[in-house]
Design a protein around this ligand. Structure first.
Ligand code: ZN
Ligand code: ZN
Length: 248
């Protein structure tokens, strides 16, 4: 073993000693060998999206739904994206962890949340040629208040894991929008209409784009991004989020 790699290993061991890995859900210690940074109990509480789900937008469907059955929204041609996937359902523990990450500034949670994104990301990559990762941007006022863009932190980790370039400045918010959660359905579409623009069309022209955000609520925010990306010549746009809301 070469000296630098030995040193790196020793420093990794030392860091593990100083900061033993803990569950991103409950904070209990976990084994460094755990592939996901959640203990078994918390992993059981995460409602990860499995099958059956809508092949286009990833909405979880009732267990009786036949294979490749599309949801009503997709049958009605509601979305502009080519496909969307979410790691889990936006409720319970996952919602709590996303809140801690996004609203309480626990940015170290980007790592375990980005790990959850890997299986659905690989599914999207198996279905489409995707070349570049683009995070949904924040308005500069919100970025200044929050201090970070949660989608950009997730995109950075995802790009590194998938070996894909991340384009942080391709999309920009043209104007201020209210948070979609809490708005009435009729206001949601109005709120984000035309809110995004592509500042570097050459970066997405003829490319397959993996668009990353934290939560998919009704799909209007990501769909406005897709509209801008496709208007700039993107060939395909697949949407990946940590969580998505489902109707109760
Ligand atoms: Zn736990
Ligand atoms: Zn669908």
């Amino acid at each position: 073993m070469r000296v630098p790699s030995l040193l790196r290993r020793l420093s990794n061991e030392f860091l593990l000693f100083l900061y033993p890995p803990s569950c991103a859900g409950c904070g209990e210690p976990i084994s460094p060998a755990e592939p996901l940074e959640f203990c078994l109990l918390c992993r059981d509480s995460l409602e990860l999206v499995g099958s059956p789900s809508c092949p286009t937008c990833g909405l979880p469907l009732s267990p009786e739904a036949p294979e490749s059955y599309q949801c009503g929204a997709c049958l009605g041609g509601l979305y502009r994206f080519d496909r969307a996937r979410a790691a889990g359902i936006y409720r319970g523990l996952l919602r709590e962890v996303v809140h801690r990450f996004k609203y309480q500034g626990h940015i170290s949670l980007a790592r375990p949340l980005a790990q959850l994104l890997l299986p659905p990301a690989r599914e999207l990559l198996a279905l489409h040629d995707l070349h570049v990762v683009v995070p949904v941007p924040l308005h500069r006022r919100r970025l200044r208040d929050r201090g970070f863009n949660q989608a950009a932190l997730l995109a950075r980790r995802l790009g590194a894991s998938l070996d894909l370039p991340v384009r942080y400045t391709v999309l920009r918010r043209r104007r201020w929008t209210e948070p979609q959660i809490g708005l009435s359905p009729s206001w949601r579409a109005e709120n984000v209409r035309g809110a995004f623009a592509v500042s570097e069309p050459a970066a997405v022209r003829d490319q397959g784009v993996l668009l990353v955000d934290d939560v998919f609520t009704t799909g209007e925010t990501v769909d406005q991004c897709v509209r801008a990306l496709k208007g700039a010549g993107a060939q395909k746009v697949a949407v990946l989020t940590v969580a998505r809301t489902v109707a109760l």
